[in-house]
Write a protein that binds this ligand. Sequence first.
Ligand code: ZN
Length: 126
Amino acid sequence: MSRNHEECLALLEQIRWGGKPKCPYCGSTKATAYKSERRFHCNECFTSYSVTVGTLFHKTYIELQKWFIAIRLVLNSAGGISVRQLAKEIGVNKNTAFYMIERIRRAMAEEPELLQKVMQMSEHHS
Ligand SMILES: [Zn+2]
């Protein structure tokens, strides 16, 4: 767990956008970065967004580094990791671990490329 949330967001931005922000609502790449946090303001549709919009990470309070580890554990364990195991590994309660496993399984069908890339890139760094 060496990465902080900010680094994880930067990594996701690389994975999803190749570093150039793209509005998840209108597809525009005309964006202004906020100074205080890693969010962007779309200059075409005037919404604000971060790289997690439209992914399994959206609207969760769970730290991204925990998600990244969980993805690796879920995808790498042949028999599937148990809720109790995951909770212990990343230090969350069982309800959270249950939610994460369910969400990652759904993402395996809905956004498999994202999961693969997260797994590859986070392996190199941790
Ligand atoms: Zn937009």
